[in-house]
Design a protein around this ligand. Structure first.
Ligand code: IPE
Ligand code: IPE
Ligand code: MG
Length: 235
């Protein structure tokens, strides 16, 4: 089987999954975070090199204070656990998104996670937290515009490749496969630049119930796709 090098996942459906069990939404988030640890190991066992997951969008601040507070508490403990699992599983962790809106202690933990795993050579694990594609592109443009003002870059020198280098995903290849769990058929502001030629897979399985076999099913479907990049296949 041809294993995609980079898989991106929109982890969706924690709330609905919890509700279906008569439990509060934050219980779904806790179980979703646990499942993420398992799927990280599974992804690496399968041979995936890059896994990029959407933990919290720039729009998710619109949720109730109770839910946002619960999520931030969960991210604190998740980040700490991840420092350990990154060491045990040789994962190199990167953070996508704008950390400045997060609490200072969470920002510090995330920095520690990135710094302590920098030299690891196993799975490249990217977590998108306070991430929005439009926000990422605007931040990149601001940075690039400043470089133009400073005279480091001339507008006519700007290329797609160079612009990619200003995004949070610099050094990370574009995803080959995007998975969204729990039935919604939209991007919700995820990696819009990077997904230009990615294959999409949608499943009704909610994130906390998404298992290795579901990941394998997605990869099997991906294997039946004929990837094209605007050209036609040679006969
Ligand atoms: C995904 O699950 C996790 C986050 C967005 C933080 P949801 O919380 O969106 O769960 P549903 O979609 O409401 O079921
Ligand atoms: C997308 O899921 C964001 C994350 C998974 C973190 P949402 O549940 O927030 O997306 P919408 O609101 O259904 O589009
Ligand atoms: Mg959702």
């Amino acid at each position: 089987m041809n294993i995609p090098q980079h898989v991106a996942i929109i982890l969706d459906g924690n709330g609905r999954w919890a509700k279906s069990k008569g439990m509060p939404r934050n219980y779904g988030h806790a179980r979703g975070a646990k499942n993420l640890e398992t799927i990280c190991r599974d992804a690496y066992d399968i041979g995936i090199k890059y896994l990029t997951v959407y933990l919290f969008s720039t729009e998710n601040w619109k949720r109730s204070k109770e839910e946002v507070d619960g999520l931030m508490t969960l991210f604190r403990s998740y980040t700490k656990t991840c420092i350990r699992t990154a060491r045990e599983n040789n994962m190199k962790v990167r953070v996508l998104g704008d950390p400045t809106a997060l609490a200072p202690d969470l920002q510090a933990s995330l920095r520690k996670l990135v710094d302590s795993s920098r030299d690891n050579t196993g799975l490249n694990f990217n977590i998108a937290i306070n991430y929005g594609s439009r926000d990422e592109i605007v931040r990149a443009i601001r940075h690039l515009a400043q470089d133009c003002v400073d005279g480091a870059v001339k507008p006519e020198e700007i290329t797609e490749e160079m612009f990619s280098g200003y995004l949070d995903t610099r050094e990370i290849p574009d995803p080959d496969l995007l998975i969204r769990t729990s039935g919604e058929l939209r991007l919700s502001n995820y990696l819009m630049w990077q997904l230009a030629y990615t294959e999409f897979y949608f499943t009704d399985v909610p994130w906390p119930a998404f298992k290795k076999e579901d990941l394998l099913k997605a990869i099997e479907k991906y294997n039946n796709r004929e990837r094209r990049y605007g050209g036609v296949k040679e006969e």
